[in-house]
Design a protein around this ligand. Structure first.
Ligand SMILES: CC(=O)CC(=O)SCCNC(=O)CCNC(=O)[C@H](O)C(C)(C)COP(=O)(O)OP(=O)(O)OC[C@H]1O[C@@H](n2cnc3c(N)ncnc32)[C@H](O)[C@@H]1OP(=O)(O)O
Ligand SMILES: NC(=O)C1=CN([C@@H]2O[C@H](COP(=O)(O)OP(=O)(O)OC[C@H]3O[C@@H](n4cnc5c(N)ncnc54)[C@H](O)[C@@H]3O)[C@@H](O)[C@H]2O)C=CC1
Length: 289
């Protein structure tokens, strides 16, 4: 266990809700910060629903589920992050939005040794660190979707992150949350997305070119390579808006065509077809997805 007891998660979407849930299940006091009451209600419903499913599947006792709920609190005021030991930013994959959040956290987080972490998939940590006056305490702690299921955390120090911050973040991920850590350099996409995203984009290009149907592309990778889901269903799970944003930042960093988002992905994002979270992407998920 580490000295980290009070955590805030800024952004309670797909990833922020999962991160808040695993932190509360690990016994931490967790504050979820969102942009307004509607977004907070959605975050609360996401976390409570997931805890209820874990209880229904006997992964948690009813008492453990109820205890986790009592450790969670919600706010629309980022100023409430003042007393936190660790803040994990999980807002949309947009550099301007994230740097604004880091600049605001730098003003409000009062503890001199607090860690400011980002769950970014691809934005260099240095860009976020330089929005603060405490780059030594800014680090990437990158979780994987769904957070309660997947064991991995990528730990990404920038050139300016102190060894102490990196070690405390690693202890938090492994000792407190029980995750498996891999260390990555501060390059867009880190380790996993640098490998995964070109594969997802290739599948989209394959569909776009008429090479094969979505179902056949996915079935090929599920039944031929034992992946738990095919690349198009996985892109839908990640969110096509997020997949596009990740591709954009990797392409901006490396200028390699394999990272360039294909036109079909761009048009689907333009159309609001974000995948599972919006109800439609490469597949239909119905209204309640
Ligand atoms: C973009 C980035 O920056 C980084 C990323 O995250 S990249 C994305 C990485 N994620 C992946 O690659 C996901 C690959 N897919 C999978 O692992 C699986 O398909 C999946 C876990 C999503 C669903 O698995 P499945 O077998 O098709 O469905 P299902 O039977 O419903 O779920 C399997 C288990 O996971 C659990 N689960 C699924 N989704 C869950 C969620 N959102 N929260 C909690 N538990 C969940 C289920 O309860 C079930 O648990 P049990 O076996 O103990 O009953
Ligand atoms: N979707 C995925 O599979 C994965 C995503 N990530 C990363 O996690 C981050 C979040 O992604 P998702 O959860 O998928 O996105 P999402 O769109 O589901 O959630 C983002 C949330 O941030 C909130 N938000 C926006 N601005 C805010 C602000 N200023 N203050 C507080 N909240 C704010 C939004 O209201 C929304 O609820 C991104 O950086 C993404 O790249 C990392 C791993 C996997």
């Amino acid at each position: 266990m580490t000295d980290i007891e009070k955590v805030a998660v800024v952004g309670g979407g797909l990833m922020g809700a999962g991160i808040a849930e695993v932190c509360a299940r690990a016994g931490l006091d967790v504050l979820v910060a969102e942009v307004g009451t509607d977004a907070l209600d959605r975050a609360r419903a996401r976390i409570s629903g997931s805890l209820e499913r874990a209880v229904a599947k006997a992964k948690l006792t009813a008492e453990e589920g109820a205890d986790a709920e009592t450790r969670l609190s919600y706010t629309a005021d980022i100023g409430d992050c003042a007393d936190r030991d660790l803040v994990i930013e999980a807002v949309a994959e947009d550099e301007a939005v994230k740097t604004d959040v880091f600049a605001r956290l730098d003003k409000v987080v009062a503890r001199p040794d607090a860690i400011l972490a980002s769950n970014t998939s691809s934005i260099p940590i240095m860009k976020l660190a330089m929005a603060t006056g405490r780059a030594g305490q800014v680090v990437g702690i990158h979780f994987f979707n769904p957070v309660p299921v997947l064991p991995l955390v990528e730990l990404v120090p920038s050139l300016l992150t102190s060894n102490e911050t990196t070690e405390r973040a690693a202890d938090f991920a492994t000792g407190t949350l029980g995750k498996t850590v891999v260390h990555a350099r501060d390059r867009a996409g880190f380790v996993v997305n640098a490998l995964l995203v070109p594969y997802l984009l290739s599948a989209i290009r394959m569909l776009e070119s008429g090479f094969a149907a979505a179902e056949d592309i996915d079935a090929g990778m599920v039944h031929g390579c034992a992946h738990p889901m095919g690349p198009l269903r996985l892109a839908d799970l990640i969110g096509l808006d997020t997949t596009r944003a990740i591709a954009d930042s990797m392409y901006a960093e490396f200028k390699e065509p394999l990272y360039a988002p294909p036109p079909l992905l761009l048009r689907m994002v333009d159309a609001g077809l974000y995948g599972k979270k919006s109800g439609r992407g490469f597949y239909d998920y119905g209204k309640d997805a």
